[in-house]
Design a protein around this ligand. Structure first.
Ligand SMILES: *[C@@H]1O[C@H](CO)[C@@H](O)[C@H](O)[C@H]1NC(C)=O
Ligand SMILES: *[C@@H]1O[C@H](CO)[C@@H](O)[C@H](O)[C@H]1NC(C)=O
Ligand SMILES: *[C@@H]1O[C@H](CO)[C@@H](O)[C@H](O)[C@H]1NC(C)=O
Ligand SMILES: *[C@@H]1O[C@H](CO)[C@@H](O)[C@H](O)[C@H]1NC(C)=O
Ligand SMILES: *[C@@H]1O[C@H](CO)[C@@H](O)[C@H](O)[C@H]1NC(C)=O
Ligand SMILES: *[C@@H]1O[C@H](CO)[C@@H](O)[C@H](O)[C@H]1NC(C)=O
Ligand SMILES: *[C@@H]1O[C@H](CO)[C@@H](O)[C@H](O)[C@H]1NC(C)=O
Ligand SMILES: *[C@@H]1O[C@H](CO)[C@@H](O)[C@H](O)[C@H]1NC(C)=O
Ligand SMILES: *[C@@H]1O[C@H](CO)[C@@H](O)[C@H](O)[C@H]1NC(C)=O
Ligand SMILES: *[C@@H]1O[C@H](CO)[C@@H](O)[C@H](O)[C@H]1NC(C)=O
Length: 825
């Protein structure tokens, strides 16, 4: 992507403005000298409008299932209002491919998920030219309409943080914005529209799963209240959702509707006010339809305010009235963007000397980090509590690795609220949540991965936890529930704890009541890491015995290591994680199983019939998944040289899959072999090969921000180790990058001395870290940064070289810690 930089010398320093192109929002990138959030020694211009670099369309084809494009949400907002299409491949409703037609504009979405299509509740739909009220095609198939196409063949859709607009082929313009629990829609009808109409659809959620719909409309005000029960996306449960829709003329008095009525499929029934008045035995598609007089002059523009609630339609009305009493679209949109800019602006990059696309990729990735989980506080129907309630934990398995450690750096108070919500769930349900959507428990992916999330919070913020409302004792109690108590159904939360405690691995041939016989080998690795996180908390809390106990259990991964397993054709790759029977003998799963080289072309998705022992990854990839003790893994794999050549084999043979979260760390694993240059190159190749700003610029699902936060870390030149004090270090893609942490009121800047840009393929370049200085002093390692670098607020200076043969250094603490060699205490 090309861009022009205009240099403008102001009184206080340098500012930049970018030439606009069609993909860039029309709001100009205004840049001025930084103030509070900039590093003390820096004269770099701050990015004051980071939202203008966000391209919400990234990942909206190719299975990215990304919500935000196009759609409007606050950071972690509950209302996520967006366009739905008839695309079968997009769970968040939107598809950038114009062959798919618009079916509605709905209020709730998840981002980047699998399962059945989640949410997408309460679609609205405008009509400009029905033959008559009764002949409006209100059903989801009847009404669907293609989008207007631009000259370049793309749909005429626009999105930026907090705002979406589209022009339909029937010349109706639709604009959307949102507050936390309320969406605001603006429909502009074409010139000459005599009978502007809008339908409200109560029943067609994304999976068309509604039962027990209720709806009434007010013939005078056109307010619609209603709700229904819907299926959960990835679990056995259901949830109820409610809405409250009100209308207002934009710049004119809308008056009473001239026609109103409930509808059933394609049959609006004029004069009805309640679906109970309709016979609806033969269809589950129901809603309301209104006709109004057009505006007295000019185009007719009608605002629709849509409150949502999981408690009641009365609460949906109260939410809407509280959050958007004035129906002021521009105010809501501006305030939404202000919140995004405040959040995104806590991370500042120096835009000089890098491609504009790199800056866009960075802020778009950071943006997607803040879509889920969503703040459903006050909307949990299951129990009364004054604690925060976050939902859309879809799934902790995806997000614990990178999303929460990124929050540690720049959004700790939100992180604290999410942790409080998780602890509250444990208090009421007995176990911490693993996967969750719209209050329903979803299927676990493997571990009890709230453990490393709580561990991450506590390791980083134990001294601030109480002030942030997190009780250390309650947090610890919640962790122990996962670690020690077997739940009635460990497919939905917790673990197969009894067997874990007895055997120290999960055997292939024992599955007690309440769980499916799947993914035993990978669950063993997960529980080992989960227990590592608990040991980290125990040690900080002064519970030395527990610390030792859980550290020991963290070593249980070795119990599923078969030293004799090899890969066909690569006898040097010796030793592999394998499924193991209760009697101690191993079963055999081909290490290529469910990789691209799997001769059986199997998948490892959730399937109770799978007897392979692994989840969403091959044994080869899982054999690299021991983040807590890479030193031990090196030993099991036959020493440093064999470890490095195995990593090379995995990359060179394309076994590495960035979509598979357990292997996300792999590019950085050369650090532990004292070859950080190789990590830097592999990490940069990962970005070059799999991430870009186009609509298919994600390698798969965004997984609720897992991929967004992953790319953010890679572009920042770091990879986090959750529930530890360490961040593995490489070189950022920018001359410098700064993280402002509001809890500590400190800014830490990582600066590349000798920065010469980023090689587009990720190969070579002056990008390898030769030495590291923190606040002018040589640092103990070139391979990681400790947390106190960030809490203190530091200037980290990296000296770069083009020699890939750099090392972590020579001192005793040069290599990153591992359980078996120390450094975590
Ligand atoms: C989308 O709409 C266009 C025109 O409105 C129509 O030709 C096309 O068949 C529709 N596509 C689908 C998948 O229904
Ligand atoms: C839609 O049309 C309006 C004018 O009619 C125009 O201002 C806008 O840029 C178009 N595109 C989008 C995505 O809103
Ligand atoms: C919450 O409290 C209200 C008021 O006391 C009560 O009506 C409601 O049933 C409670 N809800 C739950 C889920 O306990
Ligand atoms: C691996 O092979 C060695 C040598 O044949 C044998 O002694 C050992 O029991 C084997 N281990 C496993 C787990 O099969
Ligand atoms: C261990 O159990 C497996 C599965 O039941 C069985 O196939 C195998 O023969 C057993 N091995 C021994 C040594 O008992
Ligand atoms: C052992 O592995 C084979 C091949 O993966 C599989 O078909 C079989 O079901 C497994 N045995 C058990 C008892 O799970
Ligand atoms: C963007 O990345 C995807 C893979 O993630 C790739 O298929 C596509 O070709 C890339 N597009 C560009 C413009 O580089
Ligand atoms: C945060 O630090 C800045 C200086 O870096 C200072 O001006 C400001 O008062 C501090 N804010 C708080 C709340 O301590
Ligand atoms: C951070 O500050 C503490 C207390 O002043 C100090 O002991 C520590 O060395 C500092 N760490 C770094 C990396 O500068
Ligand atoms: C790095 O080391 C490798 C192997 O030892 C060597 O072949 C290569 O020339 C070295 N590269 C540089 C830039 O020194």
């Amino acid at each position: 992507m090309t861009f022009r930089a205009l240099l403008v010398y102001g009184v206080f320093g340098i500012s930049f403005s970018y030439a606009q192109n069609s993909q860039v929002p029309s709001v100009s990138t205004s840049v001025s000298l930084s103030s509070a959030a900039s590093p003390p020694t820096s004269t770099v211009a701050a990015v004051t409008d980071p939202a203008s670099f966000v391209i919400p369309f990234v990942g909206t084809t190719n299975g990215g299932h990304v919500f935000p494009a196009p759609g409007a949400t606050l950071p972690h907002g509950m209302a996520k209002v967006g366009m739905d299409t008839d695309s079968p491949g997009n769970h968040a409703g939107y598809d950038a491919d114009p062959q798919f037609n618009a079916t509605g504009f709905s209020q709730l979405h998840d981002s980047g998920t699998g399962g059945a299509i989640p949410l997408s509740n309460f679609k609205l739909w405008p009509f400009a030219q029905c033959a008559s009220f009764e002949r409006c095609p209100t059903s989801i198939n009847g009404r669907k309409t293609s989008r207007k196409l631009l000259a370049n063949g793309k749909p005429d859709d626009f999105a930026s943080p907090g705002y979406f607009s589209t022009n339909l082929s029937n010349s109706i313009r639709v604009e959307l914005t949102a507050t936390r629990r309320t969406a605001l829609h603006r429909y502009t009808f074409p010139d000459g529209t005599k009978n502007p109409r809008i339908a409200v659809d109560i029943t067609n959620d994304g999976s068309q799963s509604s039962t027990n719909p209720v709806m009434t409309l007010d013939p005078n005000t056109a307010q619609v209240v209603g709700g229904a029960s819907f299926t959960a996306s990835f679990g056995p449960g259901r949830y109820e959702a409610f809405t409250c829709v009100s209308f207002k003329g934009d710049g004119f008095d809308l008056g009473k509707p001239t026609e109103f009525g409930a509808w059933l499929a394609d049959f609006p029934v004029k004069g009805t006010t309640n679906i109970a008045q309709l016979y609806f035995g033969f269809t589950d598609q129901l809603g309301a339809l209104f006709t109004w007089n057009p505006a007295p002059r000019g185009k007719t523009t009608i605002l629709a305010r849509v409150g949502v609630s999981l408690i009641s339609s009365a609460q949906a009305c109260a939410n809407a009235e509280e959050e958007i009493p004035d129906f002021d679209f521009e105010r809501v949109r501006t305030e939404n963007r202000r919140q995004w800019n405040e959040l995104l602006g806590r991370v500042q990059v120096d835009v000089t000397g890098v491609e504009k696309e790199t800056v866009q990729l960075f802020y778009s990735s950071l943006y997607r980090t803040h879509i889920s989980p969503a703040d459903y506080t006050g909307e949990n129907p299951k129990w009364n509590s004054t604690e925060p309630y976050y939902d859309s934990l879809y799934c902790n398995w995806d997000t614990y690795r990178t999303l929460y450690p990124l929050m540690s750096l720049h959004d700790p108070s939100r992180f604290a609220d999410i942790v409080r919500g998780m602890i509250d769930i444990q208090r009421h349900e007995g176990w911490l949540p693993e996967c969750r959507g719209a209050t329903a428990q979803h299927f676990i992916q493997g571990g009890s991965n709230a453990d490393p999330i709580l561990g991450e919070f506590f390791v980083k913020f134990h001294d601030q936890a109480a002030a942030m409302g997190v009780s250390a004792d309650d947090l610890y109690t919640a962790l122990l529930a996962d670690a020690e108590l077997q739940p009635p159904n460990w497919n939905l939360q917790g673990r197969q704890a009894d067997i874990w405690k007895r055997l120290n691995y999960i055997p292939l041939d024992m599955f007690d009541a309440g769980g499916a016989n799947t993914k035993q080998a990978s669950r063993t690795l997960e529980h080992a890491f989960n227990d590592f996180a608990i040991s980290q908390v125990a040690k900080i809390m002064g519970k030395a015995d527990d610390g030792r106990k859980y550290s020991q259990r963290a070593g249980n991964f070795a119990n599923v290591w078969n030293p004799n397993t090899t890969v066909p054709g690569a006898p040097d790759v010796l030793g592999m994680v394998q499924p193991r029977f209760e009697n101690g003998t191993f079963n055999f799963t081909d290490p290529r199983h469910c990789s691209i080289h799997d001769p059986d072309h199997a998948t490892c998705f959730l399937n109770a019939a799978n007897r392979d022992g692994f989840y969403e990854g091959s044994p080869l990839l899982y054999s690299q998944y021991v983040p807590q003790d890479t030193a031990k893994l090196i030993e099991l794999q036959g020493g440093v040289e064999k470890f490095v050549s195995r990593l090379d084999f995995l990359f060179d043979q394309s076994y590495f899959e960035p979509t598979d979260e357990p292997s996300q760390q792999m590019p950085f694993m050369y650090h532990y072999a004292n070859r950080p240059g190789l990590s830097t190159q592999r990490a940069r190749q990962t970005i070059a090969n799999f991430f870009n700003t186009s609509v298919n610029g994600l390698p798969g699902n965004d997984d609720s921000g897992a991929m967004g936060s992953y790319a953010t870390f890679y572009l920042a030149g770091m990879y986090p180790l959750p529930a530890t004090r360490q961040f593995l270090l490489s070189s950022p893609y920018f001359k410098q990058i700064s993280f402002f942490n509001p809890t500590f009121n400190t800014t830490t800047t990582i600066r590349n001395n000798g920065f010469a840009g980023n090689p587009p393929t990720g190969i070579g370049g002056r990008v390898f870290v030769q030495s590291v200085a923190v606040n002018g002093q040589q640092y103990k390692s070139n391979c990681y940064l400790d947390w106190d670098v960030f809490t203190n607020g530091s200037l980290v200076e990296l000296t770069l070289t083009d020699n890939i043969n750099v090392t972590c250094g020579t001192g005793p603490e040069a290599l990153p810690p591992s359980l078996s060699t120390g450094g975590y205490d």
